[in-house]
Design a protein around this ligand. Structure first.
Ligand code: ADP
Ligand code: MG
Length: 501
């Protein structure tokens, strides 16, 4: 393959990647705009969330796909910071184009970028990051939640929302353990933390639920065994009746075991199905059956009630006491279950006017719960608003000259790319990005490393002072992912060139 064609492939990859970046760039920061994504059937998603936009994009170009992978990694590891990762990747790629134009080989660019990323992360961790502690102040945690959630349609109730996130993670210990239930109707301010599990299923035979119940949790055992579809069994009429009644009796025996455990009646939550006649029998004995529950719900019930999930009725060791009551929201009945023990299980009930806004609120909560959980579990914190990126850029510029050869140019280009984060936040706020960057550089000259864009007046302001803070790993991972995707895209071209096609 000729050098010209080789260049063409690389440019095509870079352009495809930059197009993706163009779609999300305007959503970055507290004043970022939302995107409405519509599919062929006319279903719309309105969102400001980078990960969601990336997930919904219909991209076929491999260069674009790699950018999306980078965003997904960020989401999986850090819950937040996806748009930053994508914007940073776009800028790094854009700047590498300039270097290629000047005659640098892609390998030199990759080498310089990798060195720059290592230096930047080292500086971030040792100079900019404050150690997070397990017992961090609630007000700091609240600020972390606020920073993650600003700009996600919840601004009106930002304080309440941030408070709720901190409470939820503190109670559960980590973001994964917080269950979130969006209930349409009402306003965001009506959202609350329910100390227990909520199930969107009702007992098979509905009846007035007494508040305190004896409860048993089982996995299987109340429906006939599923026969293998590939097996044919031939039975005469008599044989069939015997076969059928054997199965049914067996089930009733299992059900009787439950009655022994719940002599005063109660509730059975079952992961699998339960045959109708068994439910009717149990109902007559004062036992309501809630069947076909997802595994995550069974786990939540188990930790709410402090009782393990038994495999079959024969394995039940004890029942637990809990309160159950139902509420109806938008034509759907929900069962609220609260244990009598102190448990870390809680459900965040989110209220919002419509399902579309509620979806976006939920995404904001997911980000905020995640970052609070990162810091509560020992991650460090840095000033937000892109201030850390600007500080790393300034540091890299002072270090670039210590590197020999052309890689030095790549390090400088990398430093320039980092400044895209504060610049874009300012720009999306309707301010001049160049002024913002120049002001930040001026502050950094005096070692004021925590200044970021003031979205109110277009100037710069201390991010610590206004409480815009975020987990260090968010910034670290954004840099590592962006560098990896950029260098991978630059390298793809090498591979094509070597094949000589
Ligand atoms: P991402 O998907 O990268 O998280 P966001 O749209 O959520 O993108 O924007 C996050 C950026 O906005 C972070 O750099 C964060 O520090 C910054 N930010 C949040 N609140 C403010 C604020 N009040 N002023 C300036 N920057 C802010
Ligand atoms: Mg965010």
């Amino acid at each position: 393959m000729s050098e010209v064609e080789n260049e063409g492939t690389l440019r095509k990859n870079i352009n495809a990647a930059k197009m993706i970046v163009g779609t999300v760039k305007s959503t970055l920061g507290p004043l970022g705009r939302d995107k409405m994504m519509v599919d062929a059937a006319g279903n719309a998603v309105v969102t400001n969330d980078g990960a969601t936009i990336m997930g919904e994009l219909d991209v076929s170009h491999p260069g674009g796909k790699m950018i999306i992978e980078g965003a997904k990694t960020q989401e999986a590891l850090c819950y937040d910071g996806t748009t930053s990762t994508v914007v940073l990747t776009g800028e790094m790629l854009g700047n590498s184009e300039g270097l290629l134009n000047k005659g640098l080989h892609p390998n030199i660019v990759c080498n310089g970028y990798n060195q720059a990323a290592a230096m930047a992360v080292e500086y971030l961790e040792s100079n900019l990051s404050l150690e997070g502690q397990v017992g961090m102040e609630d007000s700091d945690l609240k600020n972390i939640a606020r920073t993650a959630i600003t700009g996600k349609t919840v601004d009106a109730a930002l304080d309440d929302v941030a408070e709720l996130c901190v409470q939820a993670v503190k109670k559960a210990g980590s973001a994964e353990k917080v269950r979130v239930l969006p209930l349409p109707g009402g306003s965001l301010r009506d959202s609350y933390l329910f100390n227990g599990a909520i199930v969107n299923k009702m007992p098979v035979l509905e009846k007035e639920l007494e508040r305190t119940q004896h409860i048993v949790l089982i996995n299987t055992g109340l429906e006939p065994h599923k026969t293998d579809e590939n097996v044919t069994v031939q039975l005469d009429m008599q044989g069939y009746t015997q076969f059928k009644s054997l199965g049914e009796e067996d089930l009733l025996l299992q059900a009787k075991l439950l009655v022994e455990y719940l002599p005063e009646g109660g509730m059975v939550f079952i992961r699998d199905g339960a045959a109708d006649h068994v439910c009717t029998y149990l109902d007559k004995q004062g036992i309501s059956v809630v069947r076909r529950l997802p595994e995550s719900t069974m786990r939540a019930l188990s930790s709410t009630l402090g009782v393990s999930v038994s495999q079959t009725p024969a394995d039940v060791e004890c029942s637990a006491k809990g309160m159950a009551y139902s509420e109806r929201h938008y034509d759907v009945d929900y069962l609220f279950i609260q244990g009598e023990i102190e448990s870390d299980q809680s459900t965040l009930v989110l209220r919002g006017a419509t399902t579309t806004t509620l979806d976006e609120i939920e995404r904001g909560f997911d980000d905020a719960l995640g970052v609070v959980s990162l810091v509560m579990n020992g991650d460090g914190v840095v000033a937000g608003g892109g201030s850390a990126y600007a500080a790393m850029a300034a540091h890299l510029r002072t270090q670039a000259a210590s590197v020999e050869g052309r890689a030095q140019m790549a390090i400088e280009a990398f430093a320039d790319a980092l400044e895209i984060i504060p610049a874009t936040i300012a720009e999306n706020g309707g301010h001049d990005p160049l002024d913002c960057i120049l002001n930040l550089r001026h502050k950094l000259q005096n070692d004021e490393t925590d200044f970021g864009p003031n979205i109110e007046d277009g100037g710069v302001i201390s991010m610590w002072k206004i409480g815009v803070i975020e987990p260090t790993s968010l910034v670290r991972q954004a840099i590592l992912s962006a560098t990896e995707v950029t260098t991978a895209i630059l390298k793809i071209d090498d591979m094509i060139a070597k094949r000589g096609e």
